[in-house]
Design a protein around this ligand. Structure first.
Ligand code: GSH
Length: 215
């Protein structure tokens, strides 16, 4: 059955791989699944056809036969549950991998998104200078805790899993801030994720779209 995802017609990051379709592409590549991409403009994302797929008017979405999904966590979970490559076979290990998926999206990504908001959306606001160090410290606190748990392991819980896929994807958003460099073990963890052939293919596919000359 054909899998179709949506992605930005032109990503605001210019192809750095930070738009969330990259996570889904990565999961599909890890699972060895071919997929098609429908590019959408910012305007089209807010129109009825796209809102029927994602009520919040965002990318990515995922269509497979008569199934339509949104939310990258749900999409990656769906892929991981149905195809080998992203979950361990042991039921408890799988439950822990799912825990890391939630931790990535619900505990680690939140302060990182706050940082992005302060820097970009609120970049010209008078409170930015006072708020930025507070938010940076909240991110540092999370990274400290995460680094303590990772220790000298390659991945968060044994072998690479969908939990690592989402955690690496979330941490990648920190690259431009320089905060990741303060945590060498996490920096190396992210680099391990980026070095995976499946990630490289996912990254190259989104770059090919975003680096192409404007139509
Ligand atoms: N929680 C959602 C977030 C989706 C999201 O924020 N998508 C961004 C692109 S990475 C988007 O579509 N932004 C445009 C907008 O919100 O108008 C997920 O994980 O799928």
């Amino acid at each position: 059955m054909t899998i179709t995802i949506t992605a930005f017609e032109r990503s605001p990051d210019g192809g750095k791989g930070l738009a969330r379709d990259t996570r889904v592409r990565w999961a599909l590549e890890e699972a060895g699944l071919p997929y098609e991409v429908r590019l959408v403009s910012f305007r089209a994302m807010k129109e009825a056809a796209h809102l029927a797929l994602n009520p919040f008017g965002q990318i990515p979405t995922y269509e497979e036969g008569d199934l339509a999904l949104f939310e990258t966590g749900a999409i990656v979970l769906h892929i991981a549950e149905r195809h080998p490559g992203l979950f361990p076979a042991d039921a408890n290990a799988r439950a822990r991998a799912i825990t890391w998926m939630f931790a990535a999206l619900n505990t680690v990504e939140l302060p990182i998104l706050e940082l992005v908001t302060v820097k970009l959306a609120e970049g010209d606001k008078p409170w930015k200078a006072a708020r930025l160090p507070l938010v940076e410290d909240r991110v540092r606190a999370r990274l400290n805790q995460l680094a303590a748990r990772l220790g000298d392991g390659d991945w968060l819980d044994g072998g690479f899993s969908a939990g690592d896929l989402l955690m690496v994807s979330v941490l990648l958003r920190l690259r431009p801030s320089g905060l990741l460099n303060e945590f060498p073990s996490l920096d190396a963890y992210v680099a391990r994720g980026e070095a995976r052939p499946a990630y490289q293919r996912a990254f190259a596919a989104q770059l090919a779209i975003n680096a192409a000359p404007s139509p």
